[in-house]
Each structure stands twice: as C-alpha cells, then as structure tokens.
Design a protein. Structure first.
Ligand code: HAM
Length: 421
C-alpha cells in the first residue's frame, strides 16, 4: 500500500508539534491580553455563506472551495476562511444584542483548493481575530497592533505592515468607473482572468500577480484618491492612532485584498525571503458583512495570520522554536515479575506528574538502557530480582551515571526532589 496524504496537506509529527504549541500559546495569550475571547465554529458551513460573505466573483469562491453535497442533498463547503463563519455565529446567536464590541479570536484549519507551493497548502491553519460592533478607528488601530504584537512576541523582527483604505461602497462606485475607463482600451493586454474581471469585479485586477497585468497597471488611478470625506477622515484617524503606538507601516496603493467584504481599512503583514507567498497575515474592516449575511447593520474588522507562513518566517529569521517537553524518567526492569512492579511504578510516577515511560517491546535490560539514553531522560528506575527481594529500587542518574539505592516508599519523593518538582 502506498497511500500518501492528499496533495497540499502535510502531517505535523511529534518532533514539530512543540513549535505549534508555542505559536498557539503566544497567540492565545496576546489575544487575551487585548480582551479577545476564543470562539470555535464548525469546519464546514452552508456554501451560500461564503458565496454571499466572501463574494461570488472572488478566486476563493470561484476556484478554491472544497464544496460537496451531503447525503441530505445540501451543498456544504469546508471553510476557506474564518470571518464569514464568525459573522454567521454572531448573527445566529444574536450576540449583537449584547453590549458591544464583541472581540473574538480563533485558531484552526482552513481549506482552499490552491496550487500548493512553499507556504501555500490546501489545508492550512489560521489564527484570526474579529471585532464586531464598533466603527471607531481606534479599533482598526487596535487590531493592527494585535497582529504586530503577536509576531513580535514570537521574535519576528523583519516584517512590513502594508496599509490602505478601500473606501466604502460609495467611493468605490466612482473609482470603479474610473478604473473601467482606464482599463477598457488595455483589455487585450490583460490575462484571461482579468479580462473577465474588467466588467464583473475590476478591483480584483489591481492585485493580480501576473506580470503582464502588473505592467499594464502602471499609471492606474489610485483608490485612496477617490475616498469620500468620511472614509478619508476615518483613514487619517487610523493612521494617527497607529503613529501614537509607533506602529510602522507603508502605504500600499495596490493593496485591495482578495475577498469582497472589505471596506475602508485594509492591511497585510509581509515578510521577505519566504518565497512568493510573502503575506503572513492580512485583514481589514468589513462594515457590510454582517448585513450581507442576513444580520443587522453591524460593522466589523479583523485579520488572520497564516500559521505555516509565520513559522516559515520565524525559521527564516532564525527564531528558536521551543522543543517539546520530553520524558524525565524511564522505568527499566528484568523478568516477568518485575514487569508487573514496573508497570505499577510507571503509574505512580505519572500520577505524581512526572513524565515517565517504560519498554513495551520485551527488550533486554541493556537495550532498555540504550532506549533510556535515546529518550534523553534524566533518571532511570531499575527494577530487578535483587531490588524485589530487598524492597528497594535502584535509581540511575543518566548525566553522572551514578547509581544508588532508594527505599521503595521514598521513590516518588526522591525523584521529585532531584527533578526540582
Ligand atoms: P486571507 O488574506 O485570505 O484573509 O488569509 C489570511 C492569511 O492566511 C494569509 O495572509 C496567509 O498567510 C494565509 N493563507 C491564505 N491562504 C493560504 C494557503 N493556501 N496556504 C497557507 N496559508 C494561507 C482571510 O482569510 C480573512 N478571513 C482575514 C480576515 C479576518 N479579514 C478580516 N478578518
């Protein structure tokens, strides 16, 4: 049998899991520092949620969703992102009727039928944070600061925050007209996808990665120049708040984001040197999303960090990952009778909170000592006939190789003392 994992997926084996724990721990702690609470939504949703929320004409909905029919004939989709599901849960549980804002975070797998490459998978993980219920520009600044705080607390230094405003529906209407005017004569030079986008969703062309499109787009009208007074005021206030916190950013005219729900503030966190996929995180305001999903007119803003990309960036920046906590004690034995005692000792040590293991392969005592060495334990408890007869255990310090006898009843206390527990 040579079944491998599906393309675009990967396994996290035990030697790598410690990095994930650390990542998740810092993310949770930082989010909670800012008053965000964890929310967990299902891994699949009704397909319509993403079609309406993320947008019918986006790449995600058109090309990248894992959509299937269940046995009841419903169309379901593995979540490609976490914002629309949060909006759905916010509406379904009438969370909007509670005092606002609502501050949620989530960690979990997302699914996109993307072309796999370094930093791009079909099942990947996101940490995301969403604030519902406030239009205050201070909230925009808070969410960007949270994103920056998470990566800096993890040790990342070389990154760039890109910032833009995509305005509201009204400013975009005027801009779309200008954009269409600009693009009409250039249509033949665009890629196939963008030629279709000219009429249905011209904003999507701005961040097309095809080189021929990028060349066509020099001289493109800039969306920020078309902001209405309210949107321009909001953006100026966001910048003031960021300056107050000394959060550095670069203004990026081409930053429009790949999802349709964004309004006003849009931002991304980029790291150079991790391949073509330099966006480690991204987000923005989505004041129309809750209403588009069938809820009341409640604003929102959030971001998500791609956890694989963040790990890649940390490795690229030579940030040490914490090793998983290994075993502390190994219980070695000889013969059947001692095996029963060893099994009991194993239980007692584990119940006392000491990370302990034993041999389950019927190895000789010598081979068990080798195994203990390999597992890098600090101590080995040796249980043989001599020990059984005289009611003691032998304790071996694997560092100094010193061995001494210890009364059976004192074993746990002595081991705790040595390990400093
Ligand atoms: P997004 O930009 O589509 O935004 O994804 C956020 C991050 O997820 C990206 O910056 C990237 O690091 C990671 N990511 C996306 N696709 C893949 C993939 N195929 N493989 C590995 N990593 C990937 C969102 O998903 C929005 N929901 C963010 C948001 C939250 N906006 C408001 N609130």
């Amino acid at each position: 049998m040579d079944i491998t994992g599906p393309r675009g997926t990967y396994d996290i084996l035990p030697d790598k899991v410690g990095k994930w724990h650390r990542l998740e721990r810092v993310m949770r702690q930082t989010a909670e520092l800012y008053g965000y609470q964890e929310v967990r939504t299902p891994l699949f949703e009704h397909t319509e949620l993403f079609a309406r929320g993320v947008g019918d004409t986006t790449d995600i909905v058109q090309k990248e969703m894992y959509t299937f029919q269940d046995k009841g004939g419903r169309s379901l989709t593995l979540r490609p992102e976490g914002t629309a599901p949060c909006a759905r849960a916010f509406i379904q549980h009438r969370v909007y009727s509670q005092p606002q804002p609502t501050k949620w975070y989530y960690i979990g797998p997302m699914f996109r039928y993307d072309r796999p490459q370094a930093g791009r998978y079909r099942q990947f993980h996101q940490f995301g944070a969403e604030t519902f219920g406030s239009r205050s520009p201070a909230v925009d600044a808070e969410i960007i600061t949270l994103m920056v705080d998470i990566v800096t607390r993890l040790g990342l230094r070389d990154y760039e925050v890109h910032l833009n405003s995509v305005g509201c529906g009204r400013c975009r209407l005027e801009y779309r007209r200008k954009l269409a005017e600009f693009l009409q004569p250039l249509q033949a030079e665009l890629c196939d996808d963008c030629r279709k986008r000219v009429d249905i969703n011209p904003l999507r062309i701005i961040d097309c990665k095809e080189r021929r499109c990028q060349e066509v787009l020099t001289g493109l009208p800039v969306l920020r120049d078309y902001l209405c007074a309210e949107c321009a005021g909001h953006f100026a206030a966001v910048r003031r708040y960021l300056d107050q916190y000394a959060i550095a950013y670069v203004l990026d005219d081409r930053l429009v984001r790949g999802l349709d729900y964004y309004t006003n503030t849009a931002f991304e966190l980029h790291v150079a040197g991790i391949g073509a996929q330099s966006a480690v995180g991204g987000g923005g305001r989505y004041d129309g999303l809750v209403a588009a999903c069938g809820g009341p007119d409640v604003p929102g803003i959030g971001f998500a960090i791609g956890m694989e990309r963040l790990l890649l960036a940390l490795e690229e920046n030579l940030v040490e990952a914490v090793l998983p906590e290994g075993l502390e004690v190994f219980v070695a034995y000889t013969g059947e009778e001692c095996e029963v005692v060893a099994h009991q000792v194993l239980r007692e040590l584990r119940q006392a909170g000491i990370r302990t293991d034993r041999d389950y392969m019927g190895r000789s005592l010598k081979a068990q000592m080798k195994q203990a060495d390999r597992l890098q334990v600090a101590l080995v408890v040796l249980i043989g006939e001599e020990e059984m007869k005289k009611s003691f255990y032998t304790l071996r310090d694997m560092d100094t190789k010193a061995q001494y006898q210890i009364e059976q009843a004192m074993l746990v206390t002595e081991i705790k003392r040595i390990l400093g527990k």
